[in-house]
Design a protein around this ligand. Structure first.
Ligand code: NDP
Ligand code: GDR
Length: 324
């Protein structure tokens, strides 16, 4: 049987790299869309670059999307591309909307034009829940986004549902709670902490400046979560699913564990800096992934302490290599 082909947008990001590995291991041909940038940023996919096909395109340019779909005819499209950093969505609300919201319509419509049988995955987010309306949050919990990013993701979510209902497309939205890894961008709080811990432990820094330590998140491991994306597209019926661990921890707890792992007390190093506070905060996220467990047979494998340890160890290794 000919291998299945998958197109991943956002392949240079954290999730894109894990999903590409996952699909390659299942015999897929993987096509990754990359946008032009002045410096090449293929660090996360360098180890698999000879096994995947990289194509040039941008969610801001629908023509590029149509060309890619026509040329490569994927069976599955995973739309992971986005302006994904919540903090940046305040200073850049229009760009965030263009990419994270309207970008989804451009890609969905390109799929509809080229071949509406292509299965489509949209990377929706727990940020759509925003202000606490219900705990734990599940597929039926009403959305109340608290950032331009969250608002854009709500649009992306509903346009995916709408294309499914309007055109009968196999379009699915995975509502994923925070998921982290050693490949997480350095600006996100978990990686900022694990990297900061490594630099402090190795004598390069004396403090770590953070914002709100009381925010609580449901943090899982990205490597576990990409499997759920794939499972969603293997179902006969396209539906939306929450993917989460069902546990919540504060930024403070993350610090405590991460510093504790190298024998340090976070209270001696963490400095609160107003620059990292947000105009509107999401205080508490905790997901109920029972539907995914029952229908997809999915559950997370990595525990919170294992995740923290994995990230700190990887950053210790990385910083040591950089010091050589
Ligand atoms: P990253 O920020 O690591 O990756 C984002 C990717 O999108 C990068 O490859 C980036 O390319 C690409 N991209 C950005 N803008 C465009 C554009 N205009 N056209 C084409 N590509 C673009 O995000 P993650 O891997 O963490 O997340 C993947 C997706 O899942 C995102 O949509 C995110 O919003 C969503 N999500 C993430 C969660 C998480 O906890 N990680 C939770 C829930 C949802 P470049 O490298 O050139 O910048
Ligand atoms: P989030 O992730 O906004 O949940 O979005 P982030 O790691 O940026 O923030 C998590 C929480 O930590 C608090 N915080 C800080 N955050 C950052 N980045 N830097 C700091 O110094 C800092 N100090 C405290 C924040 O206020 C916040 O409460 C991520 C992204 O991957 C989104 O794309 C995705 O949709 C959601 O997760 C689910």
């Amino acid at each position: 049987m000919a291998p299945k082909r998958a197109l991943i947008t956002g392949i240079t990001g954290q999730d894109g790299s894990y999903l590409a590995e996952f699909l390659l291991a299942r015999g897929y041909e993987v096509i990754g869309m990359v946008r032009r940038s002045s410096t090449v940023n293929f660090e996360r996919i360098r180890h698999i670059q000879d096994k995947i096909t990289l194509v040039s395109g941008d969610l801001l340019d629908e023509v590029s999307l149509i060309h890619i779909l026509r040329e490569h005819r994927p069976h599955e499209v995973y739309n992971l591309a986005a302006q994904s950093f919540v903090q940046t969505s305040w200073p850049q609300p229009v760009f965030t909307g263009e990419t994270t919201a309207l970008g989804v319509t451009r890609l969905l419509d390109a799929v509809r034009i080229v071949d509406p049988e292509i299965r489509f995955y949209q990377a929706s987010s727990s940020e759509m829940f925003g202000k606490v309306v219900e705990v734990p949050q599940k597929e039926t919990t009403p959305f109340y986004p608290r950032s331009p990013y969250g608002v854009a993701k709500v649009y992306g979510h509903w346009i995916t549902v709408n294309y499914r209902e309007s055109y009968g497309m196999h379009a699915t939205s995975g509502i994923l709670f925070n998921h982290e890894s050693p490949r997480r961008g350095l600006e996100f709080v978990t990686r900022k902490i694990s990297h900061g811990v490594a630099r402090i432990k190795l004598g390069l820094d004396e403090e770590l400046r953070l914002g709100n330590l009381e925010a609580r998140r449901d943090w899982g491991f990205a490597g576990d979560y990409v499997e759920a994306m794939w499972l969603m597209l293997q179902q006969d019926q396209p539906e939306d699913y929450v993917i989460a661990t069902g546990e919540t921890h504060s930024v403070r707890e993350f610090c405590e564990l991460a510093f504790g792992y190298v024998g340090l007390d976070y209270r001696d190093y963490v400095v609160i800096d107003q620059r990292f506070m947000r105009p509107a905060e999401v205080d508490l996220l905790i997901g109920d992934a029972s539907k995914a467990r029952q229908k997809l047979g999915w559950q997370p494998r990595t525990t919170f302490p294992e995740l923290v340890q994995m990230m700190v160890e990887a950053d210790l290794q990385l910083v040591k290599e950089q010091m050589r």
